[in-house]
Unconditional design. Structure first.
Ligand SMILES: [Zn+2]
Length: 233
């Protein structure tokens, strides 16, 4: 197996030098809802496995993940909560088949605005389904970790790669073995950063809603697709 097995998306890919390898500790109760749009029509059994893995990693970070299966293009689920996407409490992941011009080792991308905030991530299933990593992890397990990585970008903001843990920009064989054991996690500093950013953004949002309800102008609640920082690959 080649040394450079996986290359995940980079959102301004400088590394977080202060990240540590310590096991993340639970800080507080944070609830995160994720709408999953299954455009690639992945089998439900694969999705279930991905869901279990993603929930377990976020649980270790003190984040309770609620996963909404929003269906396939021909069979969208009529769940009114699926489109109710709002940073930072409700994010979305689109499972796409893939794009021809992308490297075969790039599995996902996340989109951040100029504030380092974003609601949207995509995972590319065609390269994932043919990855050498499937010699170590099942497709569902690998999908779960890729989703965790992309959601991590949305929650951590800019420059959110680290030399250790699930936010490594390139996963080596040892990382995959950790993932198979369920020990590929966020670092302690990432857990603290995600929780702090979540609470700060939630407070700003509730303040904006309160002002709007009192007749003040409300800032834009969610970043537009204009001015996105393109992911570096
Ligand atoms: Zn990345």
């Amino acid at each position: 197996m080649s040394r450079k097995i996986l290359l995940l998306t980079a959102v301004l890919g400088s590394l977080l030098g202060q990240a540590t390898a310590a096991r993340p500790r639970r800080v507080g109760a944070v609830s995160l809802t994720v709408s999953v749009f299954n455009d690639a029509e992945i089998p439900i059994s694969v999705l279930r496995t991905a869901r279990v893995r993603a929930e377990a990693v976020f649980d270790e970070a003190g984040i309770a993940l609620t996963w909404l299966d929003c269906g396939t293009p021909g069979h969208r689920v009529a769940d009114i909560d699926c489109p109710a996407i709002t940073y930072p409490t409700h994010l979305s992941v689109r499972l796409a088949k893939g794009r021809g011009h992308r490297s075969e080792d790039i599995f996902g991308v996340s989109f951040l605005d100029h504030r380092g905030q974003g609601n949207y991530a995509s995972v590319y299933m065609t390269p994932l389904a043919s990855s050498k990593a499937l010699g170590v992890l099942s497709e569902g397990e690998l999908l779960g970790y890729v989703i965790v990585h992309e959601l991590g970008h949305l929650l951590l903001g800019k420059n959110s790669h680290s030399p250790e843990g699930v936010m490594r920009p390139v996963w080596q064989f040892e990382d995959l073995k950790k993932a198979a054991r369920g020990t590929l996690l966020f670092t302690s500093s990432q857990v603290e950063r995600m929780q702090a950013r979540y609470l700060s953004a939630s407070l700003q949002r509730s303040t904006a809603v309160s002002r709007a309800n009192n007749g003040y102008l409300s800032p834009s609640g969610s970043p537009s697709m204009v001015g996105l920082i393109p992911p570096s690959e």
